[in-house]
Design a protein around this ligand. Structure first.
Ligand SMILES: [Zn+2]
Length: 387
C-alpha cells in the first residue's frame, strides 16, 4: 500500500487542531502563520515568507520533476477593529462573505489579541461596520475580532470549529508534505500558504505575480467548499473542476482523476468525487488567470462561513475522512508528477481504441474514414506551439 491513511488522519487532526486554535481574520494571520511555521520546524520542512508575508514551504528531493504546488489560505472571515468609540466600545468592519441577516446584535465575539469576550453591537452605516462591545475595559486597542465559537473539536468523525475554511486546507497541505518527507518520496512540492484570501485573493495574487513560483508549476488549490449537490459530505475528496467563476485546466483535473482512480483500485476504502463547486470563487481562478496550469480539490463544508440554519452564526464542520482522502490524493499526485504525460495520455489511448472498434462495427456504407485519431491535449498543445 502506498499510503497510510490512519496515521495520516491522526496527523491531519493534530495539525488542524493546532492551527484552528489560533484565531485569524483577513490581514490578521500572524498567530496562525507562526503556528504553521512552528509545525514546519518540528517536522523539518523548509519554509520562508515571501515579500507579502505568504508562507512558502518546500520539499524538493528531485529537481527533475515539474513543481507540484498546493495552495491554501490562512485567513477566515472576521472583523478588523477600526478605532475606539469609548472605554469598552469599538468600531469594527467585517471582512469576508457573510450575508447581512446574520449580523444580529448580541452575538458573542472574541477580541484579539488577548481573547477578550465581547459582543456585536449595532450596525453603523451601509458598509459592514458595527459596534463591538467588550465585557471589560481594555488596556490596549484590539486589532481584530472573531466570532466566539469553539476553536476545534472532533465529534462524530467530523472536525468542528470556527475556521475549517481554510485551515483544513492548510492542515492537509502540511500533512501531505510531512508524510511525503517521512516516506523519502521523490517529489518536488511547494506549499503556498497565503494570506487575505477572503478579501479577494490578496496573498495568492501577490505570489502569482512574483517570481517565487516557477511558471511550469502545476497548481492545486485546496479548499473547503459549501456542500452543494451533487457532492455529499462523507463521500471523499472532491476533484473540483471549477468554481463560481472559472473552469479549471482539463488535463490537470483529469490527472487528479486518474490518480484517484488508481488509488481506488489499490484501496477500496478510498473515495473521491468530481464536481463543479459553484458556491464561491477560489484561489485557483486567481492562479489560472495569471498563467499557471491550475486545478483544485476541496472537501464539503457544513455551515459555510459560519452561516448555520435559522440565520445563526455557528462553527463550521467537515468530515475527517474526506479531509484524509484529500491528503491521500495529493500525496499520490505528488509522487505521480513524473508520470503526468503518461496519465493524461490514457484518455486519447482509450478513445483511439474506441475509434478502432467503431470502424470495425460500421457497415461498409457508413464506414468512418480513416483520418481521425485522438491525439491528447499534450500533443495538441505541442503542435499548436510548433506550427
Ligand atoms: Zn472562505
Amino acid at each position: 500500500m502506498e499510503t497510510f491513511p490512519r496515521v495520516n488522519s491522526q496527523l491531519l487532526a493534530k495539525i488542524a487542531g493546532r492551527l484552528m486554535r489560533c484565531p485569524a481574520s483577513p490581514h490578521h494571520e500572524d498567530a496562525v502563520r507562526t503556528e504553521a511555521e512552528q509545525i514546519c520546524r518540528e517536522y523539518g520542512l523548509n519554509f520562508k515568507r515571501d515579500s507579502y508575508g505568504n508562507l512558502l514551504v518546500r520539499i524538493q528531493t528531485t529537481k527533475a520533476i515539474r513543481p507540484f504546488a498546493l495552495a491554501a489560505h490562512l485567513d477566515h472571515p472576521g472583523f478588523e477593529i477600526i478605532r475606539s468609540l469609548g472605554k469598552q466600545k469599538w468600531l469594527a468592519r467585517f471582512l469576508g462573505g457573510v450575508p447581512d441577516e446574520y449580523f444580529k446584535s448580541g452575538i458573542p465575539v472574541r477580541l484579539m489579541p488577548g481573547a477578550i469576550r465581547g459582543k456585536l453591537g449595532k450596525r453603523i452605516g451601509k458598509q459592514k461596520e458595527f459596534e463591538i462591545l467588550s465585557d471589560q475595559p481594555l488596556e490596549t486597542v484590539p486589532q481584530f475580532a472573531v466570532w466566539e465559537l469553539e476553536d476545534f473539536a472532533i465529534r462524530n468523525q467530523q472536525i468542528h470549529g470556527r475556521a475549517c475554511d481554510d485551515l483544513v486546507g492548510v492542515a492537509a497541505t502540511l500533512t501531505a508534505m510531512i508524510a511525503l518527507k517521512q516516506s523519502c518520496a521523490r517529489v518536488n512540492v511547494i506549499g503556498v500558504i497565503s494570506l487575505a484570501e477572503e478579501v479577494g485573493f490578496h496573498g495568492a495574487l501577490a505570489v502569482a505575480t512574483s517570481k517565487e513560483l516557477p511558471k511550469d508549476s502545476l497548481i492545486v488549490s485546496l479548499e473547503t467548499s459549501r456542500e452543494l449537490p451533487p457532492v455529499k459530505m462523507g463521500k471523499g475528496v472532491i476533484v473540483r473542476v471549477g468554481d463560481r467563476t472559472s473552469i479549471f485546466d482539463s488535463a490537470a483535473t483529469r490527472f487528479l482523476m486518474e490518480v484517484g482512480g488508481d488509488l481506488k483500485k489499490r484501496n477500496k476504502a478510498f473515495q473521491f468525487q468530481r464536481a463543479l463547486m459553484y458556491g464561491g470563487t477560489c484561489e485557483a481562478t486567481a492562479y489560472q488567470e495569471y498563467g499557471f496550469q491550475t486545478t483544485a480539490v476541496c472537501v464539503a463544508l457544513g455551515n459555510y462561513h459560519n452561516c448555520a440554519d435559522r440565520k445563526k452564526i455557528d462553527a463550521e464542520y467537515v468530515n475527517l475522512a474526506d479531509a484524509s482522502s484529500m491528503v491521500e490524493l495529493l500525496m499520490s499526485a505528488a509522487r505521480q508528477m513524473a508520470n503526468y504525460p503518461k496519465l493524461i495520455n490514457r484518455l486519447p489511448l482509450r478513445l483511439n481504441k474506441l475509434l478502432r472498434e467503431a470502424r470495425k462495427h460500421a457497415s461498409p456504407k457508413t464506414r468512418i474514414k480513416e483520418r481521425g485519431k485522438a491525439r491528447g491535449i499534450a500533443e495538441v498543445e505541442k503542435s499548436a506551439t510548433s506550427h
